[in-house]
Design a protein around this ligand. Structure first.
Ligand code: PEP
Ligand code: MG
Length: 747
């Protein structure tokens, strides 16, 4: 019986192939397909519904239902049984459609006469394209074999749709990958860019889903899987022993590559008439559909592994490899699911923008993109399915959106926005060499945050007074092994050379929480942001801290040196860090290395506890720098990486400003130099308010220096302070509205 049906299914695919081979219009093809499926399955109805937009399905062809309803009957996602199949991506197979939950009677189609219903999603690599439905008058449920056969046909339809063979009139039959698409994501790095798509992982195109000779296809599949297995074993043998995560991924690759179930399913698909490539892609589509529904992080990781592995296998089978022959456009906008920091650094500043399907605000890739000032949009779901190499694209990092294949109106609006930004840029350039002096005569020192050698040219361009925060972890994050002391000291030396005598504040290694070194054993902590991180790691494993302090002293080669410890929560941590520095200095002295002519050792104030540390601590530190990103997350108990809660609490909240002001006052009373180096320092309104409550040194991304200086030069801090105080007296939660009103009136 099973064998018999397999033959039928082959025959069905054979006929489908013949239809595809004919030179016919998209509508004719769809009509022919519904007819042939109905005939082959000996059922009364076969219909194809396709999406006309993200939310609406349209009946595009039918054999058996009322022909007049074609292109008239429409369903919303989730509506009726068809809409449910589309929404869930799962098959519905019932012998009593009218009695099934969700059934919706559509009089125009005349479908009430049909009892049995099977709906199968038409989807490609997780992208929903439509639903294939078969119905019969008699109450019978379709066998597993029949379900399977219709799934195979649906997969072929999806593949053909991708190749554009169903293009016709109307939105549901419009050509794929040609329409403008607005991709909504989240901002990871502000800025705008216009360019052309460059896919990080080239898309493998399966041009022929059918095959005549199953034996040959099975052989091709087996050969390719063998090549894949050998490749995975080779990667395993060279993988560094310490890298647990990489080993886990490779083990998972190996598990899938040797999985009998995976092979068996693909071979069964080949027996039904699919080519080896199509069989792999069908499995990949199933995995992606599951990925969309898997909530468990471990399962999602494994499904990603299966997805990667399928891509590798497809590249072997199609011979497309990574080298597709495509040339990187001169204005590349990188599109990827995710990307590692080292890969991103390889592209470097050649990229105009980046759009990621996934990504996170605090990821290493985001840190690198920020350092390189490349606009980055993350969580842009659908971009991988939609974008083709070379497509025009506009990235709006400020809004967290991207416009793929934009139409003329969008291009014009975008051009206006970019022109305005360019004008503003001209204004910033004109004040570059002027001080950030307010109308009331206060000069605010504006310094820049950096983390790469590549950042340093911005020091001249932005007019920064120095580097207020040099994040040293990037050199540790982008390597597969711990960097060597000599490499680090050479780099720190070059950073100081490039600063040409301006002050650079080096922050010692700030790892843990979101910043996990690839070669360090990850700790399994329920709350990593509150866990073993930053100076806590440094003091518990002092070897790395010592090595870094030595590298800093050697890099300075006698020049003045400023160092700060991250995430100091109580005074003994700072004291212990300082003792390490003293030891490092005496060791270096004994070894005959030059000692910096002046050394300043400070702490980052990132936990509320430090705001209440004893006066003596304030006197002992050479300076303090408020790490507003962390401080704010702990003040409001709101994860800085959680999109849901991140924006809920305003930096200009009266409680937070009052708290910051108390830190300013303590520093004034104890004579402790204070700066602010969180992201908020680079936001003009926030920066003006920070200056108004008494901060005199703000450190920010280089691109923010112009806008911040521009607003400060037009602001009277005494007046602004009065606006802030008055809002507090009135009992307002945030001073933002009155401050904005005041600035709008004044500027
Ligand atoms: C901060 O927390 O504000 C800060 C500057 O450090 P990071 O963003 O690197 O944690
Ligand atoms: Mg921090």
């Amino acid at each position: 019986m099973t064998q018999d049906f397999t033959t039928d299914s082959r025959q069905m695919l054979g006929r489908l192939r013949a239809v595809m081979a004919e030179d016919a219009a998209g509508q004719t093809r769809l009509d022919q397909i519904t007819r042939l499926i109905a005939e082959e399955m000996r059922i009364e109805v076969c219909s194809i519904y396709l999406f006309r937009d993200a939310e609406t399905l349209e009946l595009c062809a039918t054999e058996g239902l009322n022909a007049d309803s074609v292109h008239h009957t429409r369903l919303r996602m989730g509506e009726g049984l068809v809409g449910r199949v589309a929404r869930t991506g799962k098959v519905i197979n019932t012998d009593d459609a009218p009695g099934t939950r969700g059934f919706r009677y559509m009089p125009e189609t005349g479908e009430e006469a049909y009892s049995s219903f099977m709906g199968v999603p038409i989807q490609r690599l997780g992208e929903k394209l439509g639903v294939l439905v078969v119905q019969s008058r008699s109450a019978r449920s379709f066998s597993d074999e029949e379900v399977y056969a219709v799934e195979v046909v649906a997969m072929v339809l999806a593949e053909m749709a991708e190749l554009g063979v169903f293009v016709g009139e109307g939105a549901a039959l419009s050509a794929r990958h040609q329409q403008p698409v607005l991709l909504r994501g989240a901002t990871a790095q502000e800025g705008t860019a216009r360019g052309h798509v460059w896919l990080h992982e080239p898309r493998v195109v399966v041009t022929n889903p059918f095959a005549d000779d199953p034996d040959r296809e099975r052989e091709r599949l087996n050969e390719a899987v063998e090549e894949l297995r050998v490749g995975v074993d080779r990667m395993l043998s060279v993988a560094s022993n310490g890298d647990k995560e990489q080993l886990e991924v490779l083990e998972s690759y190996r598990m899938f590559a040797n999985s009998k179930g995976w092979m068996r399913r693909m071979e069964a698909d080949i027996d039904r008439g699919l080519s080896a490539e199509a069989a792999v892609e069908k499995e990949q589509s199933t995995a992606r559909a599951r990925l969309g529904q898997a909530a468990d992080a471990y399962l999602r990781d494994r499904l990603h592994d299966l997805d990667d592995l399928s891509n590798r296998l497809l590249r072997i089978l199609t011979g497309q490899g990574n080298e597709t022959g495509a040339e990187m456009p001169p204005d590349p906008i990188l599109i990827a699911r995710n990307i590692g920091p080292a890969e991103l650094l390889d592209y470097g500043r050649s990229l105009k923008g980046i759009v990621l399907e996934e990504g996170a605000v605090g990821s290493h890739a985001t840190i690198v993109a920020r350092a390189l000032a490349i606009p980055l949009v993350i969580n842009a779901s659908g971009v991988l399915n939609e974008a083709l190499n070379g497509d025009p694209i506009l990235v709006d990092g400020d809004q967290g959106v991207a416009h793929l294949r934009p139409d003329d109106t969008v291009i014009a609006a975008f051009r206006d926005k970019m022109a305005m930004q360019a004008k503003a840029q001209e204004r910033y350039t004109s004040i570059r060499d002027k001080p950030a002096e307010t109308l009331c005569g206060q000069t605010i020192s504006l310094t820049m945050n950096a983390g790469l050698m590549a950042d340093l040219p911005s020091l001249e361009g932005s007019g920064a007074d120095g580097v207020g925060l040099f994040r040293t972890e990037l050199q540790f994050l982008v390597r597969s092994q711990m960097p060597k002391r000599a490499e680090l000291s050479e780099l720190y030396g070059r950073v100081m050379d490039a600063a040409k005598g301006r002050r650079v504040v080096f922050r010692t290694l700030d790892i843990g929480s979101d910043k996990v070194l690839p070669y360090m054993k990850p700790t399994d902590e329920p709350n990593p942001a509150l866990g073993w991180r930053a100076i806590r790691v440094g003091l518990d494993k002092p070897g790395v801290m010592r090595m870094q302090l030595q590298a800093l002293i050697r890099g300075a080669a006698g020049r003045p040196l400023s160092i700060m410890f991250p995430f100091v929560a109580q005074r003994d941590e700072f004291d212990a860090g300082r003792r390490e520095m003293d030891k490092a200095l005496s060791r270096e002295r004994i070894l005959g290395h030059p000692i910096p002519e002046d050394i300043k050792i400070g702490a980052m104030l990132e936990t509320p506890s430090l705001a209440y540390a004893p006066d003596q601590f304030y006197r002992d530190v050479d300076f303090l720098s408020i790490g507003g990103n962390d401080l704010k997350q702990f003040f409001f108990a709101a994860d800085r990486e959680n999109e849901r809660v991140r924006r809920r609490y305003d930096t200009l909240n009266v409680s937070f400003l009052t708290f910051l002001q108390s830190i300013v006052e303590r520093c004034l009373a104890t004579g402790t130099p204070l700066s602010f180096c969180g992201e908020d320092a680079g936001r003009p309104i926030e920066a003006a308010c920070l200056a108004a409550i008494g901060l005199r040194n703000l450190s920010m991304r280089p691109a923010s220096i112009g806008p911040v200086k521009s607003i400060l030069r037009r602001t009277d801090l005494n007046e602004l302070r009065a606006v802030i105080d008055a809002a507090g007296v009135r009992g307002e939660q945030s001073v933002r509205t009155p401050v904005m009103e005041y600035l709008r009136e004044k500027l």
